[in-house]
Design a protein around this ligand. Sequence first.
Ligand SMILES: Nc1nc2c(c(=O)[nH]1)N[C@H]1C(S)=C(S)[C@@H](COP(=O)(O)OP(=O)(O)OC[C@H]3O[C@@H](n4cnc5c(=O)[nH]c(N)nc54)[C@H](O)[C@@H]3O)O[C@H]1N2
Ligand SMILES: Nc1nc2c(c(=O)[nH]1)N[C@H]1C(S)=C(S)[C@@H](COP(=O)(O)OP(=O)(O)OC[C@H]3O[C@@H](n4cnc5c(=O)[nH]c(N)nc54)[C@H](O)[C@@H]3O)O[C@H]1N2
Ligand code: SF4
Ligand SMILES: [Mo]
Length: 884
Amino acid sequence: MMTVRTTCPYCGVGCGVKATPMAHGAIIEGDPDHMANRGRLCVKGAALGETLDLDGRLLAPAIRDEQGLREAGWDEALAKVASTFAAIVAEHGPDAVALYVSGQLLTEDYYVANKFMKGFIGSANIDTNSRLCMSSSVAGHKRAFGEDLVPGCYEDFELADLIVLVGSNAAWCHPTLFQRIAKARELRPHLRIVAIDPRRTATCESADLHLPIKPGTDVWLFNGLLAYLAHSGAVDSAFIDAHTNGLEAALEAAGECASIEFVARHCGIDPRLLVEFYELFAASDKVVTAFSQGVNQSTSGTDKVNAIINCHLVTGRIGKPGMGPFSLTGQPNAMGGREVGGLANMLAAHLELDQPAHRELVRTFWDAPRIAARPGLKAVEMFRAIEEGGIKAVWIMATNPVASLPDADQVRRALARCELVVVSDMSAATDTAAHAHVLLPALGWGEKDGTVTNSERCISRQRAFLDAPGQARADWWALCQVARRMGFHGFDYRDAHAIFGEHARLSAWRNDETGVPRAFRIDGLAGLSRAGYDGLAPIQWPVGAAGEGSARLFTDGRYAHADGKARFVATVPRAPANPADRAYPIVLNTGRLRDQWHTMTRTGKSPRLANHAPEPCVDLHPHDALLAGVREGELARVSSRWGAMVARVSHGGGIARGSAFIPIHWTGQNASDARVGAVVNPAVDPVSGEPEFKHTPVRIEPFAVAWHGFILSRNEIGLAQVANWTRVRGAGFLRYELGGREPASPAWARALLGADPDADWIDYEDRAEGMLRCALLVDGRLQACLFVSRRPDLPARAWLGGLFAQDALSPKDRATLLAGRAPVQGLDPGPTVCACFGVGRDTIRSAIAQHGLKDAGAVTACLRAGGNCGSCLPEIRQLLAEPR
Ligand SMILES: Nc1nc2c(c(=O)[nH]1)N[C@H]1C(S)=C(S)[C@@H](COP(=O)(O)OP(=O)(O)OC[C@H]3O[C@@H](n4cnc5c(=O)[nH]c(N)nc54)[C@H](O)[C@@H]3O)O[C@H]1N2
Ligand SMILES: Nc1nc2c(c(=O)[nH]1)N[C@H]1C(S)=C(S)[C@@H](COP(=O)(O)OP(=O)(O)OC[C@H]3O[C@@H](n4cnc5c(=O)[nH]c(N)nc54)[C@H](O)[C@@H]3O)O[C@H]1N2
Ligand code: SF4
Ligand SMILES: [Mo]
């Protein structure tokens, strides 16, 4: 089989992947020649081969009518979308329809979506999930630099003497980049890492200094730094005079933060930590400040971005190797979306929607009949307008807003009221697809073909190495088909290559007429032949006419504002929109886990990725748990003014008092009641419109159940009657965790697991103890087992799960099956830490104790754990640091 070079479809690091298709899935390796990762992959990338099966895939268009969902041909589905869109536009105007798209589209899909909406429908009601992700960085870059530009590159992390990670859990969310940093520190031990995060994450664990600031207080911190730098002689006056504007106003806004005590009090940290950080920053010329969602997802997100950039401008630390502010992007094509103007307030190719000359330039390039004249609605507003009826049709593509938007029950209400909901997805069943009137099957990773751009502006190819399954088609194709049916010209592309060529041409088209030439240009790639496009090696934009890429921007000190200068922005600190109060005293923070990707439609398919965190948990400080009357291992109801959910209580996530953390990955598909989006408040940043995902006041209460239990089963089990359930996929079985209220008896269990009267069934019940254990066998093979207990003290799932690999249960295993553990008792490995080699937490703990292991290298030598992708090394170090 042919090995194909492509790009990982998950995070914004944008690792190169070598994929070799096999009968089932593919062999996946890191691409040693890709500049983003040089052969490294994290555990999610390494498990890509396990996510390619067609289980759960949407393979044909479908239409929902009074009778329910039925399969339809493409023709019928496309005609329905086109005619409904056209009728609504004719009756109510172009702003009555909307597109909601995604940073997981390829640049080519994204380009066509924007052209369709802004140029031909004539409305800017196209927004993207990047609104939830990067829009504060986009706005901050524009304010500071005049254009949405990330100055540096990954190599800068290796050249730096100080790396400041702000609101970034890079160890889990940008793992191969984090490993590059770790490697750099091994080679240059004076490299310092500072992590700024209210939680003590795996990233903070690996840092030299952790500042556990109070949520939402970053602007105080960086204003304080600006004031400190201004007074400590770290200022680069020549740079400021020649290349910037606005320092005085920024310093004035930072005025009260000149007091260390004032800042320390607002940020809730020890003044000594603050001084240590400020001194380190002042003394290190080569500083990279990398930031992610702890910065962006805030009602002062844009100000946080600018407060950080201000500190780089005042020291002139930008545009040179080893230094600069660096926005870590989330999705694989967050950057490509910005290049094509994916957001409702942008125009294609880094042109501005609010500038008539720019609009006219794009309109004429497209030969479009019209062009959107004003910004469209941003994601949160868009779904409000849908609920209120202003928007009557929406086409949702490559995103799952019923799970991922804040106030997510509102999104559900909006879609339930919308005249036409079109959903393009790879998965048949998602929380959003459940509301679709038309479902369109999309090609997924390995099937689709085009380009993505990573955090360091590197354009690289995603190449197809699998056949298109069923009737799935590229998203750009579906968009073009609808456009053509609506009578629009300019949508007859033969392939992704043709779209890319047009996009590249637009990037430099009549550049001299826009007043300020854009930094984003890739005209050097406009003339690529089909073969040249197919063979395109990763390249960082801007790409000049001669086809050469650029590692860094601003090397000449010129910025994209009309006067060529960068801007300091005066940032006035303010508290999050919705403070905690007596009714909702805990601040809920939400974010990511190491081994899952968003709503789990793909990573959820891999058993080895499921074991790291098999259940939705709410991480609480033990003190707050006590006050709330909940105990570790029990279920808690988490509610806010917007909605509620249920999760199991955990400690040990490095959480401060007064806070809670819940991961974002669970949806209505894999849990009865664990959509955290329903709880999250919909307050947004006034500049960027990005929601405050990291700060919702909540209340924690016990979620009372009569028993705890789990089911391992080869088949899906209908659990509508059980009070609370969650599901992940194991190797050959599904794992359900349950919390129940109704009496659990053997008869009830038989009905639940579908055992007929003469099935091979074994059970054990101890009513006094509230214990029930049963198993169903079919042809000697374990089909399902169910364990129930009054307390959450159930046997570990690892040994039982392993029995599903056996074609026939051995008599010994059968005999101890209901004991839930091996006949000869070995150690239970506990939750997986190293997913590559399947090594559990308790195995590592006991090896550390037994062999006196001192460092991560010794653990790897002993157990192999951490020896492959390295994603788990921070957790291994955490285990090493545990008191014996
Ligand atoms: N494993 C995995 N990796 C991913 C993804 C995934 O789903 N799974 N998704 C990708 C995407 S789209 C994105 S956007 C990125 C996100 O990558 P990250 O931003 O690194 O991840 P998050 O977990 O959302 O949040 C980062 C941290 O911000 C902290 N934080 C919360 N409030 C504040 C605050 O007020 N100030 C500061 N300084 N910090 C705060 C949180 O405690 C959290 O640890 O990850 C990408 N990579
Ligand atoms: N509470 C809370 N909520 C958050 C965040 C948070 O930190 N906290 N983070 C926010 C951020 S940063 C992000 S990026 C979002 C992510 O949130 P979403 O974008 O909603 O999450 P995904 O699961 O990535 O959804 C992608 C969908 O597209 C499908 N898909 C994959 N590839 C393709 C394709 O090529 N074509 C089509 N048509 N479909 C495809 C997948 O099956 C899946 O259903 O969540 C946001 N929501
Ligand atoms: S770090 Fe992991 S998830 Fe991100 S691009 Fe690389 S392999 Fe994919
Ligand atoms: Mo994101």
